[in-house]
Design a protein around this ligand. Structure first.
Ligand code: SAM
Ligand code: SF4
Length: 442
C-alpha cells in the first residue's frame, strides 16, 4: 500500500506545498553577500559553454565560442578574487556546467587561482566523454583535481542517438573505452547516468549499470530525468515524454544492481566502498556560486546570479558580483531546507541539529520527522535518523521535485535573455544594450 503511485503523488503534493516559498526570489543588485557565520562554505563555479546543446538538458548552457569563453573566464576569476577580498573562504570547489573543460587553458588557470587563494581540499570538475583525452586528463591530474565527473547518460546507442549525443561524444563502446582510460587517475571518477528516459527500457538501464561496473570508475550518479516546460518542449520530438510512473521500477533496479559493491552516498549517488564525495549541495552547509546562472546558499538565504552573459560581464566590470536575485528563507523554511539536504544525504545527526539550531529544530519539524518514521522512510536511533531504502526512493522524488522548481526558475530567467542566448556568438561581442534578467519569480 505504501509503495504505490498514490502515496508517491500525495507525498509530492505535500512536499510541493511545504516548499512553495523556497524560490520566491526578489531583485537585488550585485552586492557581495556577507560571510556565513556558521558552518563551512564551498565554491561552485558555473561554466555554461557546450559544443552541443542537448535537448534534455535543464542547466544554464550556451553555445561555445572561444572569444566569449575567454572573456567569461576572465570575469569569473575577477569575481572569485572579489569574494576572497571580502573575506569568504572555501573548503572545496566544484566546477559545473555546461562543460567546464570546453576551454582547458582557462579552466586550469582558474583552478590554479582557487588553489592559491583558498587552499581547497577537494576539486571537482564535470566533463564530457570526448574531453577524456590523455593530455587533458594529465593536466587535470597535475592541477590537483580530486574528482572528475563524466556525463554519459547512457551507453545505449539508440538512446544516445535520440539525445543527439552519439555523433558528438561517440557510441556506448567508445565512451566506455575512454572512461577506462581515465580510471585510477583521480581519487574519484564519477559517471553520470540518467534514468526514466522516455524510450529507455529496464533491460537497457541494467546494461548501462553492468557496463559501468566494468570501467574502473568508483562512483555513479543516477539522476532521474528532470524536466521543465522548456525541456519538455525540446524533448517532445526525438526523445518523447517521460512517464513518472516508471520511476519506482527504475530506481529499484539501480539499488539491486549496484549494492553492495557500491554504497549510496546520497539518494542518487553511489560510491565504491564509501570513497569519494558527492555533489556540492549535500556536503555544503553554505555554498557560493560564481558565474552566470549559479546559485548560492548562505546563512539561510538563496541567491542567483544573472543568466545574461553580457549582464554578467558588466556586473563584474562595475565592481559587483553576478548576484541579481535573493530570497531570505523564513526560519521554518530554513529548517526544512536543511532537513531536505541532510535526509537526501541519507541521515540526520541529532546532536549536530541540536548544536546548530537548538531544540526548535525538532519542535518545528516534528511533523516532518514523525511522518518519515511512520511511513518507514527513516529509522530513528540514539544518533538520529537514517533513511531506509523506501525513504531513499521518496527523497530521490523530492529532490527531483525541488530541482524541477529550480529548472522552472531557470526557464523564467533564460526567457529574459532569449534574444542574447539565441544570437550568433559574434553578435554577442557587439556593444549591444545590456540588460540584466531581474524579473522575480511569478
Ligand atoms: C551539467 S552536465 C555536465 C556534463 C557534460 N556537459 C556532459 O553532458 O557530458 C551534468 C549532468 O547533469 C545531468 N543532467 C542534465 N540534464 C538533466 C536532466 N534534465 N535531468 C537529469 N539530469 C540531467 C546529466 O547527467 C549531466 O551529465
Ligand atoms: S548535458 Fe552537458 S553537454 Fe549537454 S547541454 Fe547539458 S551541459 Fe551541455
Amino acid at each position: 500500500m505504501l509503495d504505490s503511485p498514490v502515496i508517491d503523488s500525495l507525498l509530492i503534493r505535500i512536499f510541493r506545498f511545504r516548499t512553495r516559498g523556497f524560490l520566491r526570489m526578489e531583485e537585488v543588485d550585485g552586492a557581495m553577500p556577507a560571510v556565513p557565520q556558521e558552518g563551512g562554505c564551498q565554491l561552485y563555479v558555473h561554466i555554461p559553454f557546450c559544443e552541443t546543446l542537448c535537448s534534455f538538458c535543464s542547466f544554464h548552457r550556451v553555445q561555445y565560442c572561444p572569444e566569449r569563453a575567454r572573456r567569461y573566464f576572465a570575469a569569473l576569476r575577477e569575481e572569485i578574487r572579489r569574494y576572497h577580498a571580502a573575506g569568504h573562504r572555501f573548503t572545496d570547489v566544484y566546477f559545473g556546467g555546461g562543460t567546464p573543460t570546453a576551454e582547458p587553458a582557462e579552466l586550469l588557470e582558474t583552478i590554479g587561482l582557487v588553489r592559491r587563494l583558498f587552499g581547497v581540499r577537494e576539486i571537482s570538475v564535470e566533463t564530457n566523454p570526448k574531453d577524456l583525452r590523455p593530455d587533458l586528463l594529465e593536466q587535470l591530474r597535475l592541477a590537483g583535481v580530486t574528482r572528475l565527473s563524466v556525463g554519459v547518460q547512457s551507453f545505449d546507442d539508440r538512446l544516445l542517438r535520440e539525445m543527439e549525443r552519439h555523433e558528438k561524444y561517440g557510441g556506448g563502446a567508445e565512451i566506455a573505452d575512454r572512461i577506462r582510460g581515465a580510471a585510477g587517475l583521480f581519487p574519484t571518477l564519477n559517471v553520470d547516468l540518467i534514468f526514466n528516459q522516455p524510450h529507455q527500457t529496464l533491460a537497457s538501464l541494467e546494461r548501462d549499470l553492468e557496463i559501468f561496473q566494468t570501467l574502473g570508475a568508483n562512483q555513479v550518479s543516477c539522476y532521474p530525468l528532470m524536466t521543465s516546460p522548456s525541456v519538455l518542449r525540446r524533448m517532445a520530438g526525438a526523445m518523447g515524454t517521460p512517464d513518472r510512473r516508471r520511476l519506482r521500477q527504475f530506481y529499484a533496479t539501480i539499488l539491486r544492481r549496484l549494492q553492495p559493491e557500491f554504497t549510496p552516498t546520497s539518494a542518487w549517488c553511489f560510491t565504491r566502498r564509501g570513497q569519494g564525495g558527492d555533489e556540492y549541495i549535500v556536503t555544503a552547509e553554505n555554498y557560493v556560486g560564481v558565474g552566470s546562472g549559479a546559485f548560492s546558499y548562505l546563512d539561510g538565504s538563496l541567491y542567483a546570479t544573472t543568466f545574461s552573459l553580457q549582464g554578467y560581464e558588466k556586473l563584474i566590470a562595475s565592481g559587483r558580483t553576478g548576484i541579481v536575485t535573493r530570497h531570505r528563507l523564513g526560519e521554518t523554511d530554513r529548517l526544512r531546507y536543511t532537513l531536505l539536504v541532510k535526509m537526501f544525504g541519507l541521515s540526520l545527526d541529532r546532536a549536530w541539529a541540536q548544536r546548530r539550531y537548538g531544540s526548535k529544530f525538532f519542535r518545528r519539524l516534528w511533523g516532518e520527522l514523525r511522518t518519515l518514521e511512520v511511513l518507514g522512510a527513516a529509522r530513528r536511533d540514539a544518533a538520529g535518523w537514517k533513511l531506509t531504502e523506501r525513504g531513499m526512493y521518496w527523497l530521490m522524488l523530492m529532490m527531483s521535485e525541488f530541482f524541477e522548481s529550480v529548472n522552472a526558475y531557470r526557464d523564467s530567467m533564460r526567457a529574459h535573455v532569449q534574444a542574447e542566448l539565441a544570437a550568433e556568438p559574434s553578435a554577442l561581442l557587439a556593444p549591444a544594450a545590456v540588460q540584466r534578467n531581474l524579473a522575480p519569480l511569478g
